[in-house]
Structure formats: structure tokens, C-alpha cells
Design a protein around this ligand. Structure first.
Ligand code: AHR
Length: 819
């Protein structure tokens, strides 16, 4: 029996006391690691005690919100329901997403034209050199969702030259070419003019397309060709089902418009809200770091309106003058950024006789939007950020002292600016399920005198599939800790929110959609369950829990890079008995290696080379069932910012269990497995071959560089996790006691629940349970609610009940009480 299998059978007992008093620390035993007799003697029944008669602090009413980022085509191609893709022809120097076809005798051509733009913000238009009969088609974002009986507003700007005097036929066609709606446009002349049609569909097809056809001779120019559904959510221009999917989460706030998106790839691609307001055709399209051009149809005004319609506090994230890769605007030129921040507040909240408040009123909203939260930057840190933070905060506080200003924390070391003191600090976590479970107690120890916390982005991203139950269970465990400590955690939001399933730039994502359908991953239901059952005041809980089983350690090996070019050779995997399990052969090719991420791989001189300076680039090989082994190889850095990633125990494409050499901008070596383990100063020299050796045995890993032992650690950074995590609260309106319990173990756990000091319980309760047959189960378009909560009635007498929590489950108990 391997060590890992043995460990898998072991249980110990841990005790968590949480939230008994504000700021208390949680004693947490790591439990025994030894023999079966220890297990038996330590096995205590699982028990949760809720001090119903000792209510704690108020729960932050803004605790559970959402974070909308324009990522994964979540705005264009998603919530903003423009059906035409590349309507303003700004995507590139070619008419991307438009197809021109001629009839047998026709010879028309189409190209981008910049000779006489529609306006200064939209420099491109489409020029069709008309020669006979032609048809232009646009399929939108993998098909347009057209619904029988619904009306669609068609609008385009057009002009003609060189004698073209034909009319245009505009049709909506099904994917098989059947006509669903049709109209005519005539009267085009030599000047840009808008033309509109209302098209009502005679049939439905989620993969429809738009066609514009004509015949004749001459030149036709088109711009801003738009097809929008007339039915939108609350008549405010957004896709109804997707807006409803947000509304069903009852978010208390919405952070927008993004993280990396507001930073931009460089100074020219930072997000500036002023280019996103006003007439749709005078907004400036912008290349989005997530791989597409953004129309800005979902602009600052629409975001604020969406917040209002959701009943959510707006939380606006503004660029701090630092782009991705730490490219920054010189301090002496920060004036525009400061002015932008001040004007954003005036636009949202200022009087209608102010410049920017007036523009808001003109857009249709004279009343203020009540913007109270503003975040400066995204994931920035260090002295460059501190200097820009100070400039922006001093200016904003001088004019708007009530504004709650949020600082970001450094991705490198978690630090945040101290001067001026932030009201709130934003922390981001993308980790494994177990790391999240361990984080369930992190705020129990948080300094109550420091700034409040905004967990602005969090999600289980490792071993998560496309969003599986286990990931949701990890997040639920963490959320019990945030709710229990919501005297300091004021706001929290999962990330990212949306993905158009045809453009997945990040995984997992809470809400997956195509042109006509959506589903929530299991994490969606965790968010909903917490948000709908927040309660008003915490009730202290004491949890006696066994330790959860440890998943067996096993998996493939791999090599990778982060913003670096490197090469690898002589890669060998040997089992403890000396058997060679794997030996690389790069004499011809790299067959058998699975490439992950945006890499540029080739083989040369018997080595596997990676030439793209991108993040998170990997090549993996071997067998997922390998447990204990020694991995040896040679690695050499060719260029770039960091060193190498040497992967081990990989079971999924997104796993990040690796030895990071020369990480953190070539400053340190560490094991990473959801957290950073055993960091040591270290640098990788360019051009030098290194000998690397990794020995794994169960969760123990020994790492050697050029024969020197660098790490000898357990790569689960902080030992085992508990089976049970819990928090409790009281709903002041109903008097209900709400207990949220997560069982992270694989097996059902019978648990005694004591409601200490409860006098007015009715004996009636409901248990809403999120679980599934396998921890890896996911939802999909075909089975959208496969992993979704089910509610059952529970009856009990007195103030104690015994409840069995299924393995890998999140249970919400609502115990009714008379007030
Ligand atoms: O949520 C996806 C991305 O993760 C955000 O853009 C960024 O802030 C973070 O790194």
C-alpha cells in the first residue's frame, strides 16, 4: 500500500472555534498523522454548536456581490445584445466577420476604407465596389438568436459614390437560409445618412444571420450596421436572460468594468470611461486584452443603470495609470487620470447643472446613481502604485470625502499602500479547493483595526474542470469564513462572471452562455444560496470536525514557463524501484506531449524549446496514475523575465503543482500548489544548462538544483483540511436561524447540531443541499441543473438535531423561529 493510499484511509479530529468574539484566533490542530489506533481514539462525533443566545456582529449588508469584467466576450457577444459582430468595421484592417458573395455574373469586392469616416471616433467603414449582384452576410457571435414574433431594430449608416443608385435588401436568414424577416433601404446618397428598419421575425433560430444584398454598379459605403432586439431587460438595452441570471443572484454590489481589462495591454489600451458614453457611434472601440475588439456598447452609463436595475451598489474600478506588465504613465502626466476619476464621480452623482452630471441627465438619468465605492487600479502594488494611489486618493478625498476608496493588493506579496490609508483593500484568490478550505479561517485572525477587506476576485481554478462540484465546495468553505468575519470582510465577489462558450479566455466562469441559452456552474448556486440567506447578525459557531480524507497524490509530469523562453531535454521519470517510466525523445518532434496555454513550441538539437513570452505555458506528458517517482531533466533559459516551471502530480490541464525556479520576476524559487510553499531566494541565469531533480513520495517533495537540495517539504502547504466548515446567522425579519455547513469529505457525516440557548424554535426547518454523485460533476447546456440545490423539510424537537451531511456537499439549514 502506498503512503498516499494509507493516508487516504486516515481520519483525525480537529476543532475549530470561530467568531466567538470579534478578533479571536482559531486554535486549529493539524490532527494525527499516525496509526489506526490513534484514529479510533481520536474519533469524536462531529458536532456543531451555534450560540443562538449570543449574537455577534452585524453581517455586512453589501457582503455578497458580483464582479462584471468584459472578459470572455461577456459584454459584446453577451450581455450587450448587439447581434452584428464588427458593426463599425473597426476590428482590423479587414472586414472581419463579414462575408461577401457574388452571384454567377457578379464581381463585387469589399474592403475597409478610411478615406471619409462617419466620424472621428469610427475611422473605418466598409467599401463595397459594386459590380453586379452581391450579398454581405454577418453571423454575429456564432449565430444570432432570432425569436419568432419578436422585433429587431436594424440601423446602418450608408453613402454611395461612382453612380451606385440601387436599393438594399436587408434580411434575417435562418442558419439554413430560410427568410425570417426582410426590408428595403433606398434613398442613399453621397453623404453619410442613417437608415432604419423594424424587422419582425416569422420564425425562430438561435443561429440566424443578417444579410444585406444589392446589385448594380458603383461604390457603396456602410458603417455602424446594427441589429438589436427590441425586447431587453427592463427596457434598458441588455440581453434579458443574462441580466436575469445576474438578478437571480441578488447581488448587493457590482464591481465593474473589469480587472486586467481596465489595465490594458499598454498605455494606449487602458480603459477610459469617457470614451464609453454618449452616442453609440461616437464611442471609441478598444482592443481588449482578452482577445477581441470591444464596441463599448456596454459603457459607463449602462453599467450604472444595470447596478440600479439590480439593486446593487455600483463599485467602479478606475485605471491608476499602470498597464499590464507594469508599464506606467509618468507621474508628471497623471493629471488626466486624476481628472477622469473626479469626473466619473460627477457623471454618476453630480447635479444636472454640472458638466458631467448634465451628460448623465441627457443620457436619460437626471437622478444620481449614488456611486459610493471606487477602486483605484487592479492587482497593482509596489512603489509605482503607492505613488499613483496617493495622487488619486488625495484628489478624490479633497472633493468627495465620503467616497469609499479601495486599494489593490500586490500579487507579489499581498502588500497594499498605507498612505493615505485605504478604506478597503481588495484581495484576489485563484487556487485549489483545498487552499480555499484552509482559507476559511484566515479572517478569524485579521486585524480589526486595519482597513476593511474586499475579496474582489476569488474562484477555485485548479482541479476545477469547467466548474465542478468540488470547486464549489472549496469556495463555500471559504465563504463561511467570510460571512463569519463580515465585520471586516465588507464585500466579496466571485470571478469571472460570464463566458461566451465560444470564446473561453479564462476558466472556470460562473455563468456559461451561447447565443440563446445559459447555465450556472455549481459555484453559481453556492453564490445564490449565500446571497439569498445572508442573515443580519452572526451567531458564533463551534465546530468539532474530523479531518477530511486526503486525495491520493498522483499524476503526470511537465515543463513550463511564465513570461520566459526556455528549453528542456533529457527528461526522465523513474519509479522508486528504478524502473524507467518515461524518457523524452526530442530527436524528431515532441509527439506525446500535450501543449497547454499560448506557447510556441519546437524541437531543436534534441531539446524542447518554448519561445512565447506568455504566462502559464506548459507541456505535459506521462501517466495520470503515477504516484511516487523521480523526475530528472536539464533546463536552460533562453530569454524573458523568469525561469522554469517543472510540473509534477498533474491530473488536469489547469493543475498548477510545480517547482517554480526563478519565479516572481526571477527573484525566488518555491513550490506552488494553490499556495506558495517554502519560497527561497533564487535566480536563473540565461544561457546556462541546469540539472533539475524532483523526488515525489506521497505529498512529500524534494527538489534539487545542480545536485543541491533546495526544498524538502510537504507540498500541501498547510497540512490537511477539516471535513466540516460552518457559519450561522439570524434573519432579523423572520427570526430564522440560518446555519451553513460544508462537508468537504468524500463520505456522509452524521453531525449533531446544538442550538445553544435557543428558546423560540418551532421545530420546523428546511435543508437545502447542493451535492452530486461525483465531486467532479458539472452542469452543461444539456444538463443545466444537474448540480443544483434541492430543498427538503426537516422536523426536530428541542434545540438539538442530528443531520447527515452528504460527502462533498453544501447545506443550508433554515430553522424557523417565532419572533
Ligand atoms: O478574473 C480574471 C482576471 O483575473 C482579472 O482580469 C484580473 O484582475 C485577475 O488576474
Amino acid at each position: 500500500m502506498s503512503n498516499s493510499t494509507l493516508k487516504n484511509l486516515l481520519f483525525g479530529t480537529a476543532l475549530v472555534i470561530a467568531g466567538m468574539t470579534s478578533g479571536c484566533k482559531s486554535p486549529r490542530s493539524s490532527g494525527p498523522s499516525g496509526t489506526s489506533s490513534t484514529i479510533t481514539s481520536n474519533a469524536q462525533p462531529a458536532k456543531i454548536s451555534v450560540a443562538v443566545n449570543q449574537p455577534g456582529h452585524k453581517i455586512s449588508p453589501t457582503l455578497w456581490g458580483i464582479f462584471f469584467e468584459d472578459i470572455n466576450l461577456s459584454a459584446d457577444g453577451g450581455l450587450y445584445p448587439e447581434l452584428v459582430r464588427n458593426r463599425s468595421f473597426e476590428d482590423s484592417e479587414k472586414p472581419d466577420f463579414w462575408k461577401l458573395s457574388n452571384d454567377a455574373s457578379g464581381n463585387s469586392t469589399a474592403a475597409i476604407d478610411s478615406s471619409r469616416p462617419l466620424n472621428t471616433f469610427n475611422t473605418h467603414s466598409l467599401r463595397v465596389n459594386v459590380d453586379g449582384a452581391f450579398a454581405l452576410q454577418n453571423e454575429g457571435y456564432w449565430g444570432m438568436n432570432i425569436v419568432k414574433g419578436d422585433s429587431y431594430a436594424f440601423k446602418m449608416a450608408g453613402r454611395v459614390a461612382d453612380g451606385f443608385n440601387g436599393s438594399l435588401t436587408v434580411k434575417i436568414l435562418s442558419s439554413t437560409g430560410a427568410e425570417l424577416a426582410s426590408g428595403e433601404i433606398s434613398g442613399l446618397d453621397g453623404n453619410w445618412k442613417y437608415h432604419t428598419l423594424e424587422l419582425t421575425a416569422s420564425g425562430s433560430d438561435p443561429k440566424s444571420k443578417l444579410q444585406i444584398s444589392a446589385s448594380g454598379k458603383g461604390t457603396l459605403f456602410l458603417d455602424m450596421v446594427s441589429l438589436l432586439p427590441e425586447k431587453t431587460w427592463k427596457d434598458h438595452g441588455l440581453r434579458t436572460d443574462l441580466a436575469e441570471s445576474l438578478n437571480n443572484l441578488h447581488p448587493a454590489f457590482m464591481r465593474f468594468p473589469g480587472g486586467n481589462w481596465i489595465e490594458g495591454d499598454d498605455l494606449a489600451h487602458m480603459y477610459h470611461w469617457k470614451t464609453t458614453i454618449g452616442d453609440i457611434d461616437s464611442r471609441t472601440p478598444l482592443w481588449n486584452t482578452w482577445g477581441y475588439n470591444t464596441t463599448q456598447g456596454l459603457g459607463f452609463y449602462e453599467y450604472l443603470q444595470l447596478c440600479e436595475d439590480l439593486g446593487a451598489e455600483p463599485l467602479f474600478g478606475i485605471s491608476c495609470g499602470i498597464a499590464l506588465g507594469d508599464k506606467d504613465v509618468p507621474l508628471s502626466q497623471m493629471g488626466q487620470w486624476i481628472q477622469d476619476a473626479l469626473d466619473a464621480i460627477e457623471y454618476a452623482d453630480g447635479p444636472t447643472n454640472s458638466v458631467w452630471g448634465g451628460l448623465r441627465a441627457q443620457a436619460g438619468h437626471p437622478a444620481p446613481f449614488h456611486l459610493k465605492y471606487m477602486e483605484i487600479g487592479n492587482e497593482n502594488g509596489g512603489p509605482n502604485y503607492a505613488a499613483r494611489w496617493a495622487l488619486l486618493v488625495n484628489a478624490i478625498r479633497a472633493k468627495y470625502p465620503e467616497m469609499k476608496l479601495i486599494a489593490t493588493s500586490s500579487l507579489q506579496n499581498g502588500s497594499h499602500p498605507l498612505n493615505p490609508r485605504p478604506d478597503i483593500v481588495d484581495e484576489h484568490y485563484y487556487e485549489s479547493p483545498e487552499s480555499f478550505m484552509r482559507r476559511a479561517t484566515q479572517y478569524d485572525k485579521y486585524d480589526r483595526k486595519g482597513p476593511k477587506i474586499f475579496v474582489g476576485e476569488y474562484a477555485v481554478t485548479q482541479k476545477a474542470g469547467l466548474g465542478n462540484l468540488r470547486a464549489a465546495i472549496g469556495e463555500a468553505a471559504f465563504m463561511t469564513g467570510m460571512e463569519r468575519n463580515s465585520d471586516v470582510v465588507e464585500l466579496a465577489s466571485y470571478a469571472p462572471l460570464f463566458v461566451n462558450m465560444n470564446h473561453r479566455a479564462w476558466n472556470p466562469d460562473l455563468i456559461n452562455f451561447d447565443s440563446s441559452r445559459w447555465y450556472g456552474i455549481p459555484s453559481y448556486y453556492v453564490q445564490q444560496m449565500f446571497s439569498e440567506n445572508r442573515g443580519n447578525v452572526t451567531l458564533p459557531v463551534q465546530v468539532n470536525s474530523p479531518l477530511a480524507e486526503v486525495a491520493p497524490s498522483k499524476g503526470m509530469i511537465g515543463v513550463g514557463t511564465w513570461n520566459t523562453e526556455s528549453e528542456f531535454k533529457d527528461i526522465k521519470v523513474t519509479s522508486p524501484d528504478g524502473k524507467v517510466l518515461f524518457a523524452s525523445d526530442f530527436s524528431q518532434n515532441s509527439d506525446g506531449w500535450k501543449k497547454l496555454g499560448d506557447g510556441d513550441w519546437s524541437v531543436q538539437d534534441g531539446a524542447l524549446q518554448q519561445h512565447a513570452e506568455k504566462e502559464f505555458v506548459r507541456a505535459i506528458a506521462g501517466d495520470k496514475s503515477w504516484t511516487d517517482y523521480t523526475l530528472t531533466l536539464k533546463a536552460r533559459k533562453i530569454g524573458g523575465r523568469e525561469g522554469f516551471l517543472i510540473l509534477f502530480h498533474i491530473t488536469g490541464d489547469d493543475d498548477r503543482t510545480w517547482w517554480n525556479l526563478g519565479g516572481w520576476n526571477n527573484t525566488q524559487n518555491a513550490i506552488e500548489n494553490g499556495g506558495t510553499i517554502d519560497p527561497k531566494p533564487g535566480q536563473i541565469e540565461t544561457g546556462r544548462w541546469y540539472d533539475i531533480r524532483i523526488e515525489v513520495s506521497g505529498k512529500r517533495v524534494k527538489c534539487y538544483l545542480d545536485g543541491q537540495l533546495v526544498h524538502d517539504v510537504n507540498y500541501e502547504s498547510d497540512g490537511q483540511v477539516n471535513a466540516l466548515y460552518a457559519c450561522a446567522s439570524r434573519d432579523d425579519q423572520t427570526g430564522d436561524v440560518i446555519v451553513k455547513v460544508v462537508n468537504t469529505g468524500a463520505s456522509p457525516l452524521e453531525t449533531q447540531l446544538d442550538l445553544v440557548g435557543a428558546k423560540n424554535l418551532t421545530g420546523q426547518a428546511t435543508a437545502t443541499v447542493l451535492t452530486s454523485a461525483s465531486r467532479l460533476d458539472e452542469n452543461s447546456l444539456a444538463e443545466p441543473t444537474k448540480v443544483s440545490p434541492k430543498t427538503v423539510a426537516v422536523n426536530f424537537t428541542g434545540a438539538t438535531l442530528t443531520q447527515t451531511f452528504p460527502g462533498n456537499s453544501f447545506t443550508l439549514l433554515r430553522l424557523s423561529a417565532t419572533k
